[in-house]
Design a protein around this ligand. Structure first.
Ligand SMILES: Cc1cc2nc3c(=O)[nH]c(=O)nc-3n(C[C@H](O)[C@H](O)[C@H](O)COP(=O)(O)OP(=O)(O)OC[C@H]3O[C@@H](n4cnc5c(N)ncnc54)[C@H](O)[C@@H]3O)c2cc1C
Ligand SMILES: *[C@@H]1O[C@H](CO)[C@@H](O)[C@H](O)[C@H]1NC(C)=O
Ligand SMILES: *[C@@H]1O[C@H](CO)[C@@H](O)[C@H](O)[C@H]1NC(C)=O
Ligand SMILES: *[C@@H]1O[C@H](CO)[C@@H](O)[C@H](O)[C@H]1NC(C)=O
Ligand SMILES: *[C@@H]1O[C@H](CO)[C@@H](O)[C@H](O)[C@H]1NC(C)=O
Ligand SMILES: *[C@@H]1O[C@H](CO)[C@@H](O)[C@H](O)[C@H]1NC(C)=O
Ligand SMILES: *[C@@H]1O[C@H](CO)[C@@H](O)[C@H](O)[C@H]1NC(C)=O
Ligand SMILES: *[C@@H]1O[C@H](CO)[C@@H](O)[C@H](O)[C@H]1NC(C)=O
Ligand SMILES: *[C@@H]1O[C@H](CO)[C@@H](O)[C@H](O)[C@H]1NC(C)=O
Ligand SMILES: *[C@@H]1O[C@H](CO)[C@@H](O)[C@H](O)[C@H]1NC(C)=O
Length: 513
């Protein structure tokens, strides 16, 4: 039963995001801010904080609505945020290293004939980024003694999942309080108990996608999230291995509205504090510069918000802080190895390892040494998430390499596995501009609470992957949120302009059309 308090609380939250703010501004007296505080700052209509998918899409959305006066600020020296690549190993023809993606790598859910298309897929096609389908049936299974076929457990899992997803739908329709994914699995008959093979299969099916364990994940909203991406679009995933880097599409889209060296893009600029009120937002940067804006859009990751990496003045209200601390931000780590030979099956994409002692211990291995990926590269990578990510982030490369090599030698006891020529992994949890990889819906977070994550506070708006109730965790979630916030702010600015024109009076805000 929903209590009246919850009902009014939800109404209150909705009003925060949906009421036109200028009407609120007119009843709240302006702040007694020092008049010269803003005077020294660069003035703009909209300050966009972050040049990832959400920030760049928000800027494009504003441009599309004829709002051209904005400033985009990012601490990195590139456009793309969590779509990030690096160089790795060397190409067999000696032409230099490979480009590999340390962050987002897949377009997840493409679209179907006559149905909606994932906007990221549209853009990947527009920029002709090379990609190939991940075939999750192309898999071999292992344990500590070598190859052991436990693929029948995938079918067992699928049968249970079919029950689980329907049950989650019933919970949603009947408005039952959410439970954990662990409870959801157990109720549908999927119990891993002490079976390490079952635990490896469950990790492959759940943790690998969400970067969280089932007991940390919400049942109803976890399944809803899966349904939104994979049933609304499609169940296909395309792995992007374009040597320009996956972020080439973000740079390409940015160049549709930014000139080369556009003064509206401030890279290498670290935002330190965000001072917001009902009459504007002042952003202070580490280099002493500041930007004063009518509206600001904060697209910093949930990890950045959870770690107090940026100061808000006044502090964010309790309703906002509550959901920031309640929603989850996971860490997902790809560990890359290049060898002098492809000693694993050269036509298989995936290799699943069930460690005898530890669930999630280097479980999934993916070969890139295949047509459509990085053929003849002899590159394979393994992935860990969550606690394992944090554990290895606190290890030296040598320590982690030794663990990884021991696992490979267990998986392939009949082969004399050589030492790798190259070894590398990113440390997402330690990146000060991300503090992890992507969000996941935590058990106990309601729809109303999640709404508070994207709701504005005065003239400070929020966007980014975690703000999407349907597509949290994904690139397309960041894209839809960026588009939406741009449209909302453009609508507010249009209203303000009309009211200023009507009064025929001056305004402190210059609206650049
Ligand atoms: C390892 C990994 C794997 C992933 N795999 C996939 C995948 O396969 N498919 C998929 O769809 N999604 C995947 N994702 C998720 C996807 O990358 C994100 O959902 C998306 O990129 C988020 O975009 P965003 O604009 O919301 O945030 P971000 O890309 O984080 O953009 C925010 C920007 O804010 C900047 N910033 C932060 N703090 C400051 C500051 N103080 N001052 C100035 N600038 C600051 C950051 O530099 C960043 O550029 C993955 C993510 C990771 C990390
Ligand atoms: C933030 O604004 C308030 C008034 O609105 C002002 O008193 C304060 O000094 C500002 N803080 C910063 C860090 O700019
Ligand atoms: C902006 O407009 C272009 C051209 O119509 C369109 O392709 C693009 O998707 C729009 N972007 C956003 C974020 O609305
Ligand atoms: C697209 O990329 C492929 C290789 O990835 C290339 O062969 C092809 O010519 C490209 N097409 C266009 C239109 O750029
Ligand atoms: C996926 O891999 C399986 C197992 O190797 C194979 O039978 C199937 O044809 C592959 N699917 C596609 C679409 O290539
Ligand atoms: C997810 O999709 C399945 C299949 O269409 C459906 O039966 C189920 O009700 C959906 N669950 C949720 C939570 O949306
Ligand atoms: C952009 O800036 C770089 C470095 O400051 C400079 O070399 C380049 O010529 C500039 N390009 C344009 C088009 O102004
Ligand atoms: C691994 O597989 C071998 C061969 O089937 C089996 O003897 C062994 O018990 C398995 N290990 C575990 C921990 O189940
Ligand atoms: C691991 O963490 C400890 C304590 O924070 C730190 O002193 C140490 O340098 C870290 N080690 C590595 C390899 O990051
Ligand atoms: C790979 O390197 C190992 C030494 O680590 C060597 O014994 C082996 O012959 C090499 N294989 C190839 C195909 O070059």
């Amino acid at each position: 039963m929903r209590s009246p308090f919850e009902f009014f609380y939800a109404l209150f939250l909705l009003s925060l995001a949906l009421l036109p703010l200028p009407s609120l501004a007119s009843v709240i007296p302006p702040n007694s801010r020092a008049p010269d505080q803003r005077a020294q700052c660069r003035k703009t209509t909209v300050a966009i904080l972050g040049a990832g998918v959400a920030g760049i899409t928000a800027a494009q959305s504003l441009s599309n609505q004829s709002i051209h006066d904005f400033v985009i600020i990012d601490r990195n020296d590139y456009i793309g945020g969590r779509i990030a690549h690096t160089t790795f190993g060397s190409k067999p023809d000696g032409s230099g290293p490979y480009t590999i993606e340390v962050g987002a790598n897949w377009v997840e859910g493409l679209g179907s004939e006559g149905g909606p298309e994932n906007p990221i897929w549209t853009l990947v096609k527009k920029y002709n980024l090379s990609n190939a389908a991940s075939n999750y049936s192309s898999i071999l299974t292992y344990n500590e003694t070598g190859a052991v076929d436990f693929t029948k457990l995938f079918d067992e899992f699928e049968d249970a999942y079919a029950v689980t997803e329907k049950e989650a739908g019933r919970y949603l329709r009947e408005k039952l309080p959410d439970i954990s994914m662990r409870a959801g699995f157990s109720l549908s008959g999927w119990k891993t108990k002490k079976d390490m093979k079952k635990q490896a299969v469950e990790w492959w099916e759940w943790d690998w996608e969400t970067a969280h364990r089932p007991d940390e994940s919400a049942f109803v909203f976890g399944i809803s999230g899966y349904n939104s991406t994979f049933y609304r679009f499609s169940e296909e995933n395309m792995y992007v291995s374009d040597q320009r880097g996956f972020n080439a599409f973000v740079i390409g889209e940015a160049s549709t509205f930014l000139k080369p060296n556009d003064s509206r893009l401030l890279l290498n600029t670290v935002v330190e504090s965000i001072n917001y009120s009902n009459d504007g937002v002042v952003v202070h940067n580490e280099d002493g510069s500041c930007v004063s804006a009518e509206y600001a859009i904060c697209t910093f990751s949930l990890g950045v918000l959870q770690n107090d990496a940026v100061a808000f003045t006044p502090p964010l209200p309790t309703w906002k802080q509550t959901v920031i601390e309640s929603f989850h931000f996971g860490t997902y780590t790809k560990i890359f190895l290049q060898f002098n030979t492809t000693f694993w099956d050269p036509s298989t994409q995936f290799f699943l390892y069930a460690d005898p002692k530890k669930r999630g211990y280097y479980p999934v291995w993916q070969s890139l040494s295949l047509p459509g990926f990085l053929p003849d590269s002899n590159i394979i990578f393994t992935t860990v998430v969550g606690e394992e990510s944090h554990r290895i982030e606190n290890q030296s490369n040598e320590e982690t390499q030794a663990e990884v090599m021991e696992v490979l030698r267990r998986m392939f006891p009949e082969i004399n596995v050589p030492e790798p020529l190259a070894f590398m992994y990113p440390r997402w949890g330690l990146e000060p501009w991300s503090h992890g990889s992507y969000s996941n819906w935590a058990t106990g977070v309601t729809l109303e609470m999640h709404h508070s994550l994207r709701a504005n506070v005065d003239r400070l708006w929020f966007a980014g992957e975690a703000c999407s109730k349907e597509y949290f965790g994904y690139l397309h979630g960041a894209w839809f949120e960026g588009k939406d916030v741009g449209e909302r702010i453009a609508a507010l600015l249009a209203k303000e302009r009309v009211s200023v024109d009507r009064k025929g009076s001056q305004t402190t805000w210059r609206i650049d059309r």
